[in-house]
Design a binder for this molecule. Structure first.
Ligand SMILES: Cc1cc2nc3c(=O)[nH]c(=O)nc-3n(C[C@H](O)[C@H](O)[C@H](O)COP(=O)(O)OP(=O)(O)OC[C@H]3O[C@@H](n4cnc5c(N)ncnc54)[C@H](O)[C@@H]3O)c2cc1C
Length: 430
């Protein structure tokens, strides 16, 4: 990949660049923004503090491909369509719904996620089943009608019984990665339940990153990796971005896609758009990856605790032949930094319940204490940032704290919106 690395940048290279658009951050949001703006005719420079990919990078270890914690791409939440439209081939497979299990009252039982499985399930009473099937019959409309209330309040209004509440909370954690989906807007949780299920991506999410980088460069994007932007200054109608090694990029539009709202606001020196407050609580998770022999359960969601386990390989091609790769996750409460050894122990207990090999018998073992899953989460009564609040000043923002979808879909869709908007600004300025 022919990107320039700032730490090896040579004296002969032009250290003062001019462009229509500078994109700060080359995670999914920044890569999509840069590729889109360049495809639509803008001259774009893309800068990243590290190598491109951000949290969508994958590492290769002992023949296993490890995403940054288990990653699943929603089929109908907006991101996949944007990637395909840019020419990215998303190859992967869906985890088989029939293998879904739950820990319910201490025992392992099938987790019903299709209407026929719900009707034959022993977990729910007849009234709860009827309600659930009714919601699922047109989940899009159910979500649209939910109004701006918390899931808890919506379940009250629906007269949901304790069995149904417990079931919806467990599924809510699974689809939103929030430890407390009951507090999220009902529409956001229901919308995510209707997002068409997920794909585990062959070769890991790095395959998406690599393709996006290729597409961006094919459209003429100039990429500088290992080039952290340390300051952003306004000069009339232009913005000057300066990297740690003193390279400057002058552009009429800057897309801030460096992660969360805190970084965007600190680069601007002000949070005029109220991004930090409007983005909502940061979501983190403790993650455990286990490689080796196949366990007794391929998918196990706890109803009582915020715990998830799923077989990612061989569903997706992420493991050497004959080996299985499981991703486990504990969704953390806001403010929990994952430092308690308790989370790790609860993940190990969950692994043991699913018959996974013990730590000594594993071909692969990796624990991540508390990576940031999303730099925001929707809040009742608060409009999420659009990323376009400061567009008249030439500042756009993209990331997983912006817009209607959640998680990576938010990053990809907001990246696309920023890219289209940045290209339009470039055309007007020309
Ligand atoms: C454990 C885990 C599990 C997840 N699971 C899922 C899932 O199943 N489904 C899903 O949809 N999403 C999932 N996500 C979320 C998904 O990975 C993110 O939403 C998405 O990758 C965010 O992309 P981004 O571009 O907004 O941010 P990032 O990926 O964080 O990219 C920001 C980039 O900006 C760069 N940067 C930072 N500071 C600077 C600077 N000063 N100058 C230049 N560059 C800078 C960084 O190096 C980075 O490359 C998960 C995340 C985690 C951590």
């Amino acid at each position: 990949m022919s990107t320039t690395q700032e730490h090896t940048a040579d004296a002969t290279e032009d250290r003062t660049l001019t462009a229509d658009v500078v994109v700060v951050g080359a995670g999914l949001a920044g890569l999509v923004a840069a590729a889109t703006a360049a495809r639509d005719g803008a001259h774009v420079v893309l800068l990243d503090a590290r190598s491109a990919g951000g949290r969508a990078r994958s590492a290769t270890r002992d023949g296993f491909v490890l995403n940054e914690g288990g990653h699943a791409l929603y089929r109908d939440a907006g991101g996949l369509a944007v990637l395909r439209e840019l020419g990215v081939e998303v190859a992967g497979d869906a985890p088989p719904l029939r293998s879904y299990r739950t820990v319910w009252d201490g025992a392992i039982a099938p987790l019903p996620v299709t209407p026929s499985a719900i009707l034959s399930s022993r977990l729910l009473g007849a009234r709860s089943k009827a309600k659930l099937v009714g919601w699922y019959a047109d989940i899009g409309r159910t979500a649209a009608r939910a109004g701006d209330v918390a899931l808890d309040e919506w379940l009250d209004d629906q007269g949901a019984r304790p069995d149904l509440r417990r079931f919806v909370a467990a599924l809510g954690r699974l689809v939103t990665y929030s430890a407390r989906p009951e507090r999220l807007p009902a529409a956001a949780v229901l919308g995510q339940l209707g997002a068409g299920g997920v794909l585990y991506v062959h070769g890991g999410w790095q395959s998406l990153v690599d393709q996006l980088l290729t597409v961006a460069q094919a459209h003429g994007v100039v990429v500088h990796e290992h080039a952290p932007v340390v300051s952003l200054e306004r000069d009339g109608t232009r913005w000057i971005s300066t990297t740690a090694r003193g390279r400057t990029v002058t552009a009429t539009t800057v897309v801030l896609a460096a992660g969360g709202p805190h970084l965007a606001a600190s680069l601007l020196g002000v949070d005029d758009a109220g991004w930090i407050e409007r983005a909502g609580p940061v979501q983190r998770a403790s993650c455990l990856d286990v490689g080796g022999a196949r366990g007794t359960c391929d998918f196990l969601l706890s109803a009582a605790e915020p715990l998830y386990l799923s077989l990612h390989a061989p569903v997706a091609r992420l493991a050497p032949p004959g080996e299985a790769l499981y991703s486990l996750m504990r969704y953390l409460d806001a403010g929990d930094d994952g430092s308690s050894g308790e989370h790790r122990r609860s993940l190990e207990a969950h692994a043991a319940r699913a018959g996974l090999p013990s730590e000594a018998e594993r071909s692969l073992h990796r624990f991540l204490a508390a990576p940031v899953v999303a730099w925001g989460s929707p809040q009742v009564g608060v409009e999420r940032p659009t990323g376009l609040e400061l567009a008249d000043r030439g500042v756009l923002a993209a990331g997983d704290w912006i817009g209607r979808p959640l998680l990576a879909d938010a990053a990809i869709v907001s990246g696309s919106v920023a890219g289209v908007t940045a290209a339009r600004r470039a055309m007007v300025a020309a």
